[in-house]
Design a protein around this ligand. Structure first.
Ligand code: NAD
Length: 502
């Protein structure tokens, strides 16, 4: 059986830890690989490689770093099918979804290709008599990334192309659930010309994470994952003096106004609530129709669509939704569905009894639709991270906005309406990081920045876009004054050796 190991100094490395985890094909429930679970020794070696490689890499001209990013982009594009297949087989998502994930990740590499322009500094001439000032951005040093299972290629790509382009070295700790794709991509980075040691991968679990958080030679940590873990990482990482950004859990609402186009709303909800089996931090998991009549129309429109969702393994080209990632996750989601029923919510579509011939041991769950969910229920308060949509009926627009704002998470939210005034009010007043108007999953493109509010993000910086540049660099400001009289007799050579006197 294949063992997924680490990647240090430009090569696969077995490590010294004797701990291993199982990697599954979620469609069959079979163990398909073992992943090495590294600890302090593996993190030490990867960080030492990164620390040794960073000064030369940081001193490499940005245009040269961009050249490597261009080559990397080309390699990613020519390997999309292989990478998509690899990640679907461990995550379970459909192939079109996996290709989409690769495309969104590649966008960040494209953004990083613009690094010479993005790193241009600021200059103020004459801030006082004879005094000039300028500001530049320098790499922070060694940056670590800790990433979740749900976008095994894309979320790491939110981080390291920007960090590397800024001149940092990087140590990535991917999810232990679907680690293979990252290791394959690490090989492509080397092939693109990245010097050995600049990018390293340590596979593992909490033990590796703790070693990262306490390591004195790691300067910054980017995390994406659940809120409980993110808060822990932010607290422990900042306590040891690191810069930390932790992007966390979500409960994204989609408000349906009475004037919304219901066909468009249903299309949006089917894609955003059930796509990737609901395992997206920008999945819509709560629909908030305004008014009883809107709610009835919404549920009537959604019900047959949820019932007819094609649930199948990624190898079936007709699949619209694959399994969830692990048996443990399946059991947790089923438990929450039970809590919803017990609390009095109306389970309009029950996907729990799905059986797929030949895939009886897979981690499949059919689409589930709850109506008449209330804000005190656990299915409303908690992130379910599965194919379960809750309809919470709101009496009016202000009630709907109140729900969005009172929820502990603030990653994304959307409103569907034809009324510009309502849309503008929603965008202005929502306590949410990413807002969509008639767009259900408002994920910013790579040259804008991704991040939430409230308990969906700990730290000060979003990911990629200019926020990514800020997180991955330190600002340095220089103020200069030259002694008077230097003009007389000073040599200001335009070309070396030209001896031009000013
Ligand atoms: P997770 O928090 O379980 O794991 C994330 C990472 O943390 C993994 O690398 C894992 O090995 C590590 N980890 C897990 N438990 C740990 C512990 N106790 N101590 C230290 N490290 C630990 O998250 P997941 O289940 O892989 O991913 C799903 C979660 O990620 C969801 O909550 C989802 O909303 C969130 N997510 C958020 C965003 C965002 O941008 N806000 C994007 C994608 C996913």
């Amino acid at each position: 059986m294949n063992t997924v190991r680490h990647y240090v100094s430009g090569d696969i490395w077995a490590g010294t830890s004797d701990r291993f985890g199982d990697v599954y094909n979620p469609a069959t429930g079979a163990v398909t690989a073992q992943v090495a679970l590294g600890g302090a020794a593996e993190v030490d070696r990867a960080v030492a490689a990164a620390k040794a490689a960073q000064p030369a890499w940081g001193a490499t001209p940005p245009a040269k770093r961009a050249e490597i990013m261009f080559a990397f982009r080309g390699l990613l594009k020519s390997h999309v099918e292989e990478l998509a297949e690899m990640l679907s087989s461990e995550h379970g998502k459909t192939l079109p979804d996996a290709r989409g994930e690769m495309a969104r990740g590649i966008e960040v590499v494209e953004f990083a290709c613009g690094i010479p322009q993005l790193l241009k500094g600021e200059y103020s001439e004459g801030v006082a008599s004879g005094v000039d000032s300028f500001a530049i951005r320098q790499p922070v040093g060694v940056v670590a990334g800790i990433t979740p299972f749900n976008f095994p290629a894309m979320v790491p790509l939110w981080m390291y192309p920007v960090a590397l382009a800024c001149g940092n070295a990087f140590v990535l700790k991917p999810s232990e659930r679907d680690p293979s794709v990252v290791l394959r991509i690490a090989g492509l980075l080397s092939e693109a010309g990245l010097p050995d040691g600049v990018f390293n991968v340590v596979n593992g679990d909490k033990e590796a994470v703790d070693a990262i958080l306490d390591h004195p030679d790691i300067d910054a940590v980017s995390f994406v994952g659940s809120t409980a873990v993110g808060q822990y990482i932010y607290t422990r990482g900042t306590a040891s003096g690191k810069r930390v950004q932790a992007l966390c859990g979500a409960k994204n609402h989609l408000v349906v106004m009475p004037d919304a186009d219901m066909g468009q709303v249903a299309d949006a909800l089917i894609g955003s609530a059930y796509g990737s089996a609901g395992e997206r931090c920008m999945a819509v998991s709560v629909a908030v129709p305004v008014g009883e009549e809107t709610a009835d129309r919404l549920v009537d429109t959604l019900k047959p669509r949820v019932e007819s969702l094609k649930v199948a393994p990624y190898t079936d080209p007709a699949s619209e939704m694959g399994p969830v990632v692990t048996r443990q996750s399946l059991e947790r989601i089923r438990g929450l569905i039970g809590e919803g029923i017990d609390a009095g919510a109306d389970l309009v579509v029950d996907g729990r009894d799905i059986r797929l011939q030949g895939y009886e041991d897979g981690f499949f769950l059919g689409g589930c639709l709850f109506d008449r969910v209330t804000t005190d229920m656990s299915i409303y308060r908690q992130e379910i991270f599965g194919p379960v949509l809750s309809v919470v009926r709101a009496a009016g627009y202000e009630d709907a906005l109140g729900m969005v704002n009172d929820h502990e998470y603030g990653n994304g939210a959307a409103i569907f309406t034809r009324d510009g005034d309502t849309a503008r009010d929603f965008f202005t007043r929502a306590k949410i990081g990413m807002v969509g108007v008639n767009v259900p999953i408002p994920v910013p493109v790579a040259y804008h920045s991704f991040g939430g509010w409230k308990r969906s993000l700990f730290g000060d910086h979003y990911m990629h876009g200019m926020e990514g540049i800020r997180f991955n660099t330190r600002l340095k400001t220089m103020t200069t004054r030259w002694p008077e009289g230097i003009k007389e007799g000073a040599v200001f050579a335009f070309h070396a050796g030209s001896e031009t006197k000013n």
